[in-house]
Design a protein around this ligand. Structure first.
Ligand code: MOS
Length: 731
């Protein structure tokens, strides 16, 4: 089904099932431990052996030699795979560095060997016996140092200019020129990367934990030099991804290589201490923002320049993305500068681009509002734009940012906000902050197959994944609504490369795109049912497990008969997203208290008001947003991969020292969704929320801390050591 014009009224608009806060249909399986995650498929193949990944002990250089003899002779060892016996491996499209390093080493903890043994303990013990001689060479590990020498303009992210920024900025009566920095961050998902791989001849069968089945199937086949149809991937449950599982990673490639070498199925999970440096991360940024405005607060000039590092061949974090779209202003400059670094591979982490960019832009907007003597909401509202600021002919499909902020202000009690540093409660300095929320909502082609059997059961099959987001449930709701059956009559099967290719889970495109794919397949199935029932498709009514026309009605199962019916289709998006900017919006509000003696910041209340099209399931959508807000707390207050700039690696590579928020850090959280539908997004009229909830919330916290203390820290995370020097020395 081609989607290229605004959606008209369709069966989803009935909203009998779609839009209801129903529980996760797979929730019981997960809560009772029956949902098997990648490493748990003990019964998938007989005789599974265990692989232990060895990560490089240097950041940059070469392996001079590997002596495998002692490891091979150790008890239980079946195979040791290194670059010397792995055969020729291609680089997957999605990978920047080889997933099995050697002789060249591209980053610290790049995999250099897999030891396969009868037990995990034997594999791990034997790994200690590998003798690897390295030849380290100096590398670049310091983003700030690289920025000092300028950085590079990459071909695929050229500077974007509109008007004459420099002249307009020079003339503006009120200006801000501020530089913000954000650290490297780790996805730190609960379930580590894990795989079980088995060969049957040249057929490879894999269970793994992955967000994008089709990309990863292609890349695994390409890397191994196999035809894609020889590779089967299954990833029915994923214990968190956040972008860290978008791609083929070392666990999967090495499990496949280990299984081939050992002649046995092999299972591999990355040990937690390997994850920060072996897998991908969100790259650090240094962002300079300049805003010029009239005295009345109209932005005339806005510039956002970002410096960010990655391995050569990788990309900078696209931290300027939102600044191209969020506020009006005739003279504009946005630029990404690439700094080649020899740190581990940087890549997508939840809301890549806006996640880091909004931390800077929305703090800058707060600073600018103060310079103008304006309320931060009024300043943003005055500079709202209903069209792409770069092209007045290109409207937003829907943009209700101002309503999000105004409703949030009312609900949060924004009028009780005081001047910076003036509200005290004993030892606590208390303040409020807000920020806009903004994240684009991409449309991605997505396919599905929908079957109907004689019992009237509907089965959905798509390679879509559920990374904890609720995909199972919203896909079931979609099929139930379309076919007129209760959710209990829908079975959803996901994450299998033999199923139709879906959008997958990423970039907050999954919910809208994959449900639209199921919608498209259901439209076809409805046609088949109507035809077989002898009804006119357009007039047939699907409800209560029946198809009916006038006073004739037939149970769906009877129409399907013993042979059943099956329909398959994809939603394909035409050029709608070129003609319209499809984005999601929020108002984030935060209240914090800062200990005046220690600088410890504590959250008190958080509110997000979101405008994201039709909300398919308010319960799972709310969970997405509160999870994202929680991640924003991490970004604002604690998360940072600390770089050893001498040796070139992330030092705090475990969950004891990479701090993420826990329950005790998370106060009252409230989420409000504006009632809306976006007919330009898809037949579902929905958009993404999973990343919107993150974008802006960290800046709202920074702005609240400023309001509480009068101290502006521009270097995230806002840890107490950075606040302390500025805190007022009062009793
Ligand atoms: Mo998201 S970072 O695209 O999984």
């Amino acid at each position: 089904m081609e989607f290229n014009a605004p959606a008209s009224t369709n069966p989803i608009d009935r909203m009998r099932i779609v839009g209801k806060p129903i529980d996760r249909i797979e929730g019981r399986l997960k809560a009772t431990g029956q949902a098997q995650y990648a490493y748990e498929h003990q019964d998938a193949f007989p005789d599974q052996a265990y692989g232990h990944v060895v990560g490089a002990g240097i950041a940059h250089g070469r392996i001079r030699s590997i002596d495998r003899s002692a490891a091979m002779a150790a008890p239980g060892v079946l195979a040791v795979v290194t670059h010397e016996n792995a055969g020729k491996l291609d680089l997957g499209k999605m990978n920047t560095a080889p997933l099995l390093g050697g002789p060249e080493i591209h980053h610290y903890h790049q995999a250099v060997a897999l030891v396969v043994a009868e037990s995990l303990e034997q594999a791990r013990a034997a790994a200690e016996l590998l003798r690897i001689e390295y030849e380290p060479t100096p590398g670049s590990f310091d983003l700030a140092g690289g920025k000092a020498s300028g950085g590079e303009v990459l071909k695929d992210s050229p500077d974007e200019r509109l008007g004459d920024f420099e002249a307009a900025f020079a003339e503006a009566p009120v200006t801000l020129d501020a530089t913000y920095s954000t650290p490297d961050q780790s996805h730190a998902m609960m379930e580590p990367h894990a795989t079980i791989a088995a060969w049957r001849g040249d057929q490879l069968d894999v269970w793994l934990s992955n967000q994008m089945i089709d990309w990863t199937t292609s890349d695994l086949a390409k890397t191994l030099g196999l035809p894609k149809e020889n590779v089967r991937l299954r990833s029915p449950y994923v214990g968190g991804g956040f972008g860290g599982k978008l791609f083929l990673r070392a666990d999967t490639l090495l499990a496949a290589l280990g299984a081939r070498e050992a002649g046995r199925p092999v299972k591999v999970a990355l040990p937690r201490p390997l994850m920060a440096n072996n897998t991908t991360h969100r790259p650090a940024t240094i962002q300079r923002i300049r805003i010029g405005a009239t005295r009345e607060g109209r932005i005339t000039a806005i510039a956002h320049e970002n410096w960010s590092g990655n391995l050569r061949g990788g990309k900078p974090e696209n931290a300027i993305a939102q600044t191209q779209l969020l506020y009006a202003g005739g003279h504009r400059l946005t630029a990404n500068r690439f700094v080649p670094l020899d740190l581990p591979e940087g890549n997508s982490m939840r809301a890549p681009g806006e996640g880091a960019g909004m931390l800077a832009l929305e703090a800058a907007m707060d600073e600018m509002a103060e310079k103008l003597g304006m309320d931060p909401i009024e300043f943003r509202a005055l500079n709202d734009t209903q069209t792409d600021p770069r092209d007045p002919e290109r409207p937003f499909s829907q943009r209700r940012l101002v309503e999000c902020m105004r409703l949030g202000a009312e609900r949060f009690g924004w009028n009780r906000r005081q001047a910076p540093g003036t509200r005290r409660e004993g030892r606590w300095l208390v303040g409020m902050g807000m920020a806009a929320g903004f994240r684009n909502s991409p449309q991605m082609k997505s396919g599905a197959r929908v079957k109907l059997d004689a019992a009237g059961t509907v089965t959905v099959e798509t390679d879509m994944t559920d990374i904890g987001t609720g995909s199972y449930t919203i896909l079931a709701q979609t099929a139930a609504e379309m076919m007129g059956v209760p959710v209990e009559k829908v079975t959803v099967r996901l994450g299998d490369s033999t199923f139709p290719v879906s959008a997958g889970s990423g970039g907050q495109f999954g919910a809208n795109s994959s449900t639209a794919g199921v919608y498209a397949a259901c439209v076809k199935l409805r046609e088949q049912v109507a035809q077989r029932a002898g009804f006119n498709t357009a007039e047939a009514v699907f409800a209560d497990g029946m198809v009916s026309l006038g006073n004739r009605q037939l149970p769906l199962g009877q129409v399907a008969g013993e042979a059943g019916l099956s329909a398959e289709d994809s939603i394909e998006f035409g050029d709608i997203s070129e003609r319209y900017q499809i984005s999601t919006f929020a108002g984030h509000f935060v209240e914090v208290a800062v200990d005046k003696a220690t600088g410890e910041a504590r959250l008190r209340r958080m509110l997000a008001v979101c405008a994201a099209g039709r909300i398919l399931n308010p319960k799972s959508a709310r969970s997405q947003v509160i999870g994202a807000m929680t991640m924003g707390v991490g970004a604002a207050l604690m998360e940072a991969l600390e770089v050893d700039k001498g040796r070139g690696f992330f030092v705090n590579h475990d969950l004891a020292s990479y701090e993420v928020p826990v329950h005790a850090d998370i106060p009252h959280q409230e989420v409000i969704f504006l009632e809306e539908t976006d007919p330009l997004s898809s037949p579902m009229k929905a958009k993404g929320v999973g990343e919107l909830g993150l974008c802006g919330v960290g800046a709202a916290i920074a702005n609240a801390i400023y309001n509480a203390t009068g101290v502006r820290v521009r270097d995230y995370p806002l840890t107490l050591d950075k606040l302390l020097p500025g805190l007022p020395r009062v009793a």
